[in-house]
Write a protein that binds this ligand. Structure first.
Ligand code: MRU
Length: 361
């Protein structure tokens, strides 16, 4: 079992490690309904693209149970499947609207809806049990996928290796293990001498509160830097590579990730340092031809003007808070997936890569 467990399904409810409270407190928020999971995603109790996809899958299980026992479900003596499916679709829309940028969220919802449709006509209790089984499979599979990403990514790292990372693309951002930090974990386990530099990642501080905490738990050497120190570090050549995760990757390889990622990619190119993205196949959105079509979530300005409720700016000041940015594929050295590594990703390379792996793109 993984040491860090951001999500725990106990068969009746979903427990979410409250990422707003880390690193001071390790407490779980108990979600007993899809609405509570939705609120937890919106409020950043759980965050990170794969983690919110997995949380949404369990939210669909919770919703399915409520709908299946609602007073309106019986049409005469028969289970009203159209009603069941339409209510599940409504829940899916609610969940997808909680955070727009990470495609994994709608991916998780759509997988559950597809299975529900396939189950039409089966005994209701059997259908509910199969939906739960699928959500548990999505959870387990996410960890297995991260481990494969870790193994492939580890081959890219020299030893010793100094790595700069941004935000948190670790166990906390997934079902466990992590994408970018999965690569770090695998390299460390393989005996490589690793030093991580973690951007603090304003305003939510995923780097200082989450990445630093989880690497410290594992005994992986990590030093925290303020976001503005990245250029200095990359220029002084103490860094071998930059590795980040992704929230959505367009068909041409443009990458949406935490705000500040694009700055790092530009700096990495300037200083001739490899810029790697680690992400599962489910983060690719082939319906979008470029990153310009990716919706970037704007969060409230108070996340910028306040830190844990304490004002760090004058009262009444305006602030904008785009939560993600888009890094053009031309700045990405390679994308590490569970199927292998896509070097110099562009539309053709990505299409060819997945076609050769038998995956549909
Ligand atoms: O706003 P967040 O914390 O959900 O943003 C998370 C990121 O940007 C991560 O880098 C991304 O989701 C990849 S996580 C494996």
């Amino acid at each position: 079992m993984e040491k860090i467990r951001p999500l725990i399904w106990n068969g009746e409810s979903l427990l979410l490690l409250d990422q707003r409270a880390l690193p001071q407190e390790e407490i779980y928020v108990h979600c007993r309904s899809a609405a509570e999971v939705g609120e937890s995603i919106r409020g950043m109790v759980v965050r990170g693209a794969p983690a919110i996809g997995v949380a949404a899958a369990f939210a669909m299980v919770l919703a399915a149970r409520v709908i299946a026992f609602s007073p309106d479900i019986n049409d005469g003596n028969t289970f009203n499947w159209p009603f069941f499916l339409s209510k599940l679709v409504e829940t899916g829309v609610m969940l997808k609207n909680t955070r727009p940028t990470a495609v994994n969220l709608s991916w998780g919802v759509e997988r559950m809806l597809k299975r529900a449709e396939e189950l039409t006509g089966t005994a209701p209790l059997e259908a509910l049990s199969q939906l739960e089984e699928l959500a548990c499979h999505i959870y387990e599979d996410d960890i297995a996928i991260n481990k494969r990403i870790g193994e492939y990514g580890s081959t890219l790292l020299p030893t010793p290796c100094s790595i700069l990372t941004h935000c948190n693309a670790g166990a906390l951002a997934t079902a466990g293990y992590g994408t970018a930090l999965g690569v770090v974990r695998s390299a460390f386990k393989a005996g490589k001498e690793i030093q991580v530099f973690a951007d603090e990642t304003r305003p939510f501080l995923q780097g200082s509160r989450l990445t630093a905490w989880e690497l410290q738990q594992e005994g992986i050497p990590v030093s925290l830097i303020v976001d503005g120190a990245a250029g200095y570090l990359l220029r002084s050549r103490r860094i071998n590579c930059v590795i980040v995760g992704a929230d959505r990757i367009a068909a041409n390889g443009d990458v949406a990730n935490k705000i500040g990622t694009y700055m790092l990619a530009v700096l990495a190119e300037k200083h001739n340092i490899p810029f790697y993205v680690a992400a599962p196949r489910s983060t690719f959105d082939f319906s979008l031809s470029s990153g310009e079509e990716i919706e970037v979530e704007e969060r409230g300005g108070e996340e910028v003007t306040h830190l844990k409720g304490v004002a760090v700016a004058p009262p009444g000041i305006g602030a904008i808070n785009p939560s993600f940015d888009i890094t053009p594929a031309s700045l990405v050295t390679a994308i590490v997936t569970e199927y292998g590594i896509i070097h110099h990703p562009d539309r053709a390379a990505i299409e060819h890569f997945f076609a050769s792996k038998g995956g549909n793109s």
